[in-house]
Design a protein around this ligand. Sequence first.
Ligand code: GDP
Length: 137
Amino acid sequence: MEQTLSIIKPDAVAKNVVGQILSRFEAAGLRIAATKKTRLSRVDAEAFYAIHAERPFFKDLVDFMISGPVVVTVLEGEDAMAKNRELMGATNPAEAAPGTIRADFADSIDANAVHGSDSVENAEIEINFFFAQREIY
Ligand code: GDP
């Protein structure tokens, strides 16, 4: 079974739509193997998004990700990584397909409701960033 990491970002947590978003994963046949609410420190967020360190939006991204609590989830199922990316929709909610999480819950490219691993290799790294193996079922 493939696993991937989802983060419900501070905007969606503040909107109180955590349950609605988790329901979409379950409705699509993905299982919640682990989940928790947490708040990233600046050091955590900079490390998690290190791949974007040179991008002009890096500081805005880090500032946004530490602005409030997030809900991190390990999703498990067949093609979990690609399935989650499909459910999320395009990075810019203005371009996200109707019915996707970002089309329905996101306000801007910064406050875009969810993060999802973009490869199976990155999923493993991102899962290990947030969870110990004993927390994943
Ligand atoms: P994702 O995999 O769809 O989340 O997109 P990326 O990995 O490319 O980017 C990570 C996050 O950085 C996105 O979810 C956005 O919140 C933010 N981001 C990406 N591109 C831009 C941009 O051009 N401008 C701004 N302000 N933020 C961006």
